[in-house]
Design a protein around this ligand. Structure first.
Ligand code: XMP
Length: 516
């Protein structure tokens, strides 16, 4: 068992960032809904508890509250923003509407003799985002103040409570990471025992114990999560693992061959390659509606997968009892609705496009408590190349949602060529890691052009490149004009079927990253 910090989520948009900061300090943590109840928190035997921010005011009817028993568990509690306000509200202190709401960068003066600010400058910039502020917490000493927030940080020894009105978890707070680390190490006494090296060894033992002598199948997409999961499982159970790679006919150029080569030839993993491209393209014939296309691709994927699982069962001799997936922690966190309602929102996600309940297989999900960057670290430690570990996300429905309107084999060929040029040029410019995704979209629009005195009448292609940290919001990437020019020239010169290139300058929201 690792030392555990529990983060109680009060619905902040940035609760996951608190978890990221704790993990970066080599301390294991879990996010739990503020409605979970004290028994659930106690059962985790935490070394410390962090109360997140949240959108509510403590005075709004139905605003989430804290059981005061929480402050008698004998472990330090850190309240952030709403976490400090709800503490004041529930322990006999006082919360008031601030005369001056504070949003954005704010200068504070802090007490560096306190363990919370130990080793940090006495004057620093933090990120504030609050309308209410606390005026009193029983027995609290003030540790920091800003011009309009006299209690920007406090320590209430009687409650074993430390609180900050600002957000140390966001990067705009200059020393936020160090403040959180101080809480973990100097106040909670954490020994920092969470490292990816130890995770690999422990997870291999856990997988072996879970799986025993049974067979496991894994849907390999070639993306980071399923690739790293495949290598970890292979290390744990070797030949008991079969990876299934489905060519759905809407993959990127050379992708099927690349994944085959990497896994079967280099890593030596038993790869079941299924070329279902004709089956997919046949089902997509004549379909123009984006949602219909997505549903067809998702359902067919499951059908193919089930067929293969049955075939492996029939031919391998041993029963297939488990399905492995690269599901990540952000996909399974049970978070509080940001709309403040008591009902929890559970985000569920299936890497293989919505698995039917009757698949009859146990799940092996080694990364269900990890973030993507932790999976990348594991991938690197397991010897996967940068090209795999830093691969940009690619949607399950593939080029099917980047060919607007009907998908045909010819359109797939045209888009594959254009897309390969975009990715090659982004790579050559050294921008692959800086950009969340860069790709081409084939538009169902024809326009007139002129090439070598000849009139052309061909499709337009759109380049989409965005920056993002999680894909939830995104900004269009300000690519250098000469790079855009090179991409445009190459596509028009090299790809038969495209005679015009445009650049998408829509952020998300209001747009989405993919076009369909
Ligand atoms: P949107 O287009 O919703 O995409 O802004 C956000 C991120 O999710 C990816 N995406 C998908 N990934 N299956 C996936 O595994 C899907 O059906 C799917 N649709 C979108 C998209 O590429 C972007 O990174």
């Amino acid at each position: 068992m690792h030392e555990t910090i529990i983060i109680l989520d009060f619905g902040s948009q940035v609760t996951q960032l608190i978890a990221r900061r704790v993990r970066e300090a080599d301390v294991y943590c879990e996010i739990i809904s503020c409605h979970a109840g004290l028994a659930v928190v106690k059962a985790k035997n935490p070394k410390g508890i962090i109360l997140s921010g949240g959108p509510a005011s403590v005075y709004v009817p139905g605003a989430p509250q804290v059981d005061p028993e929480l402050y008698r568990l004998g472990v330090p509690v850190l309240g952030i923003c709403y976490g400090i306000q709800v503490t004041a509200h529930n322990t006999g202190g006082k919360v008031v509407k601030a005369d001056h709401r504070e949003f954005g960068r704010t200068d504070i003066t802090c007490d560096v003799t306190s363990p919370l600010f130990a080793g940090l400058p006495g004057e620093q910039t933090v990120w504030m985002s609050h309308g209410d502020r606390i005026e009193a917490i029983p027995g609290a000493q003030v540790l920091a103040r800003s011009a309009s927030c006299p209690m920007a940080a406090v320590h209430a020894p009687g409650l074993n409570f430390w609180g900050v009105q600002f957000h140390p978890e966001v990067t705009h707070s200059d020393h936020g990471t160090a403040i959180i680390r101080n809480f973990l190490v100097k106040i909670c006494g954490c020994k920092r025992d969470w490292t990816m090296g130890s995770f690999i060894d422990e997870e291999i033992a856990r997988i072996r114990a879970q799986v025993g002598p049974e067979r496991v199948i894994l849907g390999l997409s070639g993306g980071v999560d399923s690739s790293v999961a495949a290598v970890l499982l292979h290390k744990a159970i070797g030949k008991q693992l079969t990876c299934i790679f489905v060519n759905n006919g809407v993959l990127r150029k050379d992708e099927a061959e690349g994944v085959r080569k990497l896994f079967a030839d280099h890593i030596g993993i038993d790869l079941d390659y299924v070329d279902a491209s004709e089956r997919f393209l046949g089902a997509l014939k004549g379909v123009e509606d984006p949602e219909k296309k997505r549903k067809i691709i998702g359902k067919l994927f499951v059908d193919v997968f089930k067929d293969e699982a049955a075939r492996i069962k029939a031919t391998s001799g041993g029963q297939v009892k488990f399905l492995a997936q690269g599901t990540l922690y952000p996909d399974v966190i049970e978070s509080v609705s940001v709309h403040g309602g008591p009902a929890s929102v559970i985000k569920s996600h299936h890497n293989v496009g919505g698995l039917p309940a009757d698949l009859g297989l146990g799940l092996v999900e080694p990364f269900r408590y990890l973030f993507k960057d932790e999976v990348r670290t594991i991938g690197a430690k397991l010897g996967l190349s940068d090209a795999v570990v830093w691969r940009q996300p690619f949607p399950g429905p593939g080029l099917g949602v980047r060919i607007l309107g009907e998908v045909t084999a010819e359109k797939v060929r045209v888009l594959q060529e254009a897309d390969a040029i975009v990715r090659a040029e982004i790579e050559a410019a050294g921008l692959t890691r800086a950009i969340w995704q860069a790709f081409a979209v084939l538009l169902p629009v024809k326009s007139v052009g002129v090439m070598g005195d000849e009139r052309t009448y061909e499709n337009a292609c759109c380049i989409r490149a965005v920056t993002s940290t999680d894909g939830m919001t995104a900004d269009w990437a300000q690519l250098p004009h000469d790079l855009l020019g090179r991409i445009s020239n190459r596509i028009i010169n090299e790809v038969r079927g495209i005679n015009r290139v445009v650049y998408d300058i829509t952020s998300k929201p209001p747009g989405t990253i993919e076009w369909e």
